[in-house]
Design a protein around this ligand. Structure first.
Ligand SMILES: N[C@@H](CCC(=O)N[C@@H](CS)C(=O)NCC(=O)O)C(=O)O
Length: 325
């Protein structure tokens, strides 16, 4: 099985973990500091101080790319993009269309960033990473926290006035992000990386029960938290975008396509077509990453040519009101 993990600052080849019943185990992230507008956390919101490392393939990193774009933070937070293939060396900065090398450490492998932050680092080498160029540390590597701080703490530097956490919806947004995490965002991985029939069945059944539920909700309102587009929609979007392209086949999430769900499909297209979002969606990186980086699931590494899918066809969501944030 490909990929690896850092143990005491040293790279060791190791596969993803499952428990004795075959359930996929996702490790908690370890860098959990926070940029604040006033700098009270030691990480003040300042232009040109922070650098974001992402993969276009990764749904978690994709959240941070979308918020950076929608807030107009591209000139404030600099960016590096890894190669879509993740093999025995983990993520790398090898050349591929759309990749952006590391201007800070000139790293060949993403794991070098973790080693620079902590020479004894033990844990997975994941994207996204938010790096502080001033203190030479990782601020945070948890997408949910990065998007929240981009939205809430970098407002003074943002060139676009949108907010993804409107004050009156904050609790509902956080609750929704919690609610979709295990069955949907992580649910596709629980299905794909299950190593027993029982674990797979449980994940897939729960996943589709939850998709059915949100499809129903989206028959009554435009977005997950009502008629405002929020961070919760971004968290749902990055999973839905990858669903028919990858999860349906590669992770065996095949009870139904998203395009067979009237409301989820139109909702997905609306967000894809939202100004600025399409540019963050690199379908070639997504397909290449998943189909080639998990040889235990797809030993030939063949990337399917299909599906033939067009996220640009008109959606029907204008039947609902929407509220600008
Ligand atoms: N909790 C993290 C998860 C990040 C994550 O798992 N990223 C994956 C890519 S989709 C990764 O880099 N995996 C590499 C590995 O686990 O070795 C977040 O939301 O930021």
């Amino acid at each position: 099985m490909a990929t690896g993990i850092m143990i005491d600052g040293k790279w060791q080849k190791q596969s993803y973990q499952s428990d004795r019943s075959g359930n996929f185990q996702r490790n908690p992230t370890t860098f959990r500091d926070r940029i604040t507008a006033d700098g009270s956390s030691g990480f003040k919101a300042e232009a040109n101080r922070y650098h974001l490392y992402v993969s276009y393939a990764c749904p978690w990193a994709h959240r941070t790319l979308i918020v950076r774009k929608l807030k107009g933070l591209e000139d404030v937070i600099s960016l590096s993009v890894v190669h879509p293939f993740m093999g025995d060396e983990g993520w790398t900065f090898a050349d591929f269309s759309g990749t952006i090398p590391d201007p800070i450490h000139h790293a060949k492998y993403l794991r070098e960033i973790y080693a620079h932050a902590d020479s004894n680092y033990t844990g997975r080498v994941t994207v996204p990473i938010l790096w502080d160029k001033q203190t030479n540390r990782i601020v945070n590597n948890e997408s949910r926290e990065i998007i929240e701080m981009f939205d809430q703490e970098l407002t003074a530097l943002a060139t676009k006035k949108i907010t993804l956490y409107p004050e009156q919806l904050k609790d509902q947004i956080n609750q929704t992000i919690d609610e979709i995490y295990n069955p949907i965002n992580n649910g596709v991985y629980r299905a794909g990386f299950a190593t027993s029939q029982e674990a797979y069945n449980e994940a897939v059944i729960e996943l589709f029960e939850n998709l059915d539920h949100w499809n129903h909700i989206l028959g009554e309102q435009r977005f997950l938290c009502g008629n405002s587009f929020t961070a919760a929609d971004i968290c749902m979007f990055t999973t839905l975008l990858r669903f028919d392209l990858v999860y349906y086949v590669h992770f065996k999430c095949n009870l139904r396509h998203i395009w067979e769900y009237e409301n989820l499909w139109n909702y997905l297209k609306e967000i894809y077509q939202h100004s600025g979002i399409k540019e963050t969606c690199k379908l070639d990186h997504i397909k290449r990453h998943y189909y080639q980086s998990h040889p235990h699931i797809n030993p030939s590494g063949i990337v399917p040519l299909g599906p033939i899918i067009d996220f640009d066809t008109p959606h029907n969501r204008n039947k609902f009101n929407s509220k600008a944030n």
